[in-house]
Design a protein around this ligand. Structure first.
Ligand SMILES: [Zn+2]
Length: 81
């Protein structure tokens, strides 16, 4: 499948990852697409697969690549006032 990934386009959702280069856990969102960490479960969407599925990264890697919101959905935000 050498020529199959010629159609890589920048979607507004983020970077399109090549599933050929990811593990099964990474493709299903069970592992960080950058560092393969499986726990805690990665929650920040770092990009999408060509079929539209989202891939996730841990907070550290999301910060490194500058993707996603800095605060995860399950994290409380404290207002300093
Ligand atoms: Zn990571």
């Amino acid at each position: 499948m050498c020529a199959s990934d010629a159609r890589v386009e920048a979607l507004s959702d983020g970077y399109v990852y090549d599933p050929e280069r990811l593990s099964a856990e990474q493709c299903t969102g069970d592992a960080c697409v950058v560092c393969h960490t499986r726990w805690p479960r990665p929650r920040t969407a770092l990009g999408v697969l060509p079929d539209g599925g989202a891939v996730f990264g841990c907070g550290d890697c999301a910060a490194l690549v500058g993707a996603g919101a800095p605060v995860a959905a399950d994290t409380r935000v404290f207002a300093a006032r």
